[in-house]
Write a protein that binds this ligand. Structure first.
Ligand SMILES: [Ca+2]
Ligand SMILES: [Ca+2]
Length: 192
């Protein structure tokens, strides 16, 4: 067993550059959301790491104990209006043009709801400049995932868990994630 471990480790420890590369890859896939599974709760107030996008906390936007995908808490949108959309947004995180992000979340629906996941980039004025979404009508937990590269002018990245204007029903979410998967630092041009 010890011999097997030594053989497996040898190629990595033989070069500083490969070890550095492995550390970079690990850093690049770090979870950026501070409360991805909604497990940090402060009774009576919005969960840390999240903010209202549309709707009211405690009314349409609710943190619940059942059903959950993992842990003690999940997030639900109770959408009873065919005239309003409701959503929860992660706090804005700094981002730069050329970076590629991957957002994902576990989602399920009840009562005809549709669970949307949006990944969006915003400019320095916090105005949306690029957005991509995926959704599920699934009554069972299903993973939603979307990947997108930050365009010119990007200053912030965030994800939004959303129930559309013309849809009613319940959308449930758990285990959200936002990771930086690729960083094109020089856009292929050396300015020095
Ligand atoms: Ca959870
Ligand atoms: Ca609606």
């Amino acid at each position: 067993m010890a011999a097997l471990v030594l053989i497996a480790l040898f190629p990595v420890s033989s070069g500083v550059s490969s070890l550095y590369g492995a550390m970079q890859a690990e850093a690049a896939e770090k979870e950026l959301l501070t409360n991805p599974g909604f497990e940090i709760q402060e009774p009576g107030s919005m969960a840390p790491g999240w903010q209202v996008f549309q709707g009211s906390f405690g009314k349409q936007l609710v943190f619940e104990n059942h059903p959950v995908y993992e842990g003690d808490w999940s997030f639900a949108i109770h959408d009873t209006s065919p005239n309003n959309g409701y959503g929860l947004r992660s706090v804005l995180l700094p981002a730069s043009p050329g970076q590629e992000y991957e957002a994902s979340v576990m989602a399920m629906t009840e009562q005809g709801g549709l669970a949307y996941l949006h990944l969006e980039f915003l400019d320095a004025d916090e105005k949306r400049i690029k957005n991509r979404s995926v959704f599920t009508p699934s009554p069972d937990w299903q993973e939603l995932k979307v990947t997108m590269e930050a365009p010119e002018g990007t200053a912030w990245v965030s994800i939004i868990l959303y129930s559309k204007v013309n849809i009613t029903g319940i959308a449930r979410y758990d285990n959200a994630s936002l990771i930086l998967v690729y960083e094109d630092t020089g856009m292929g041009v050396d300015m020095d």
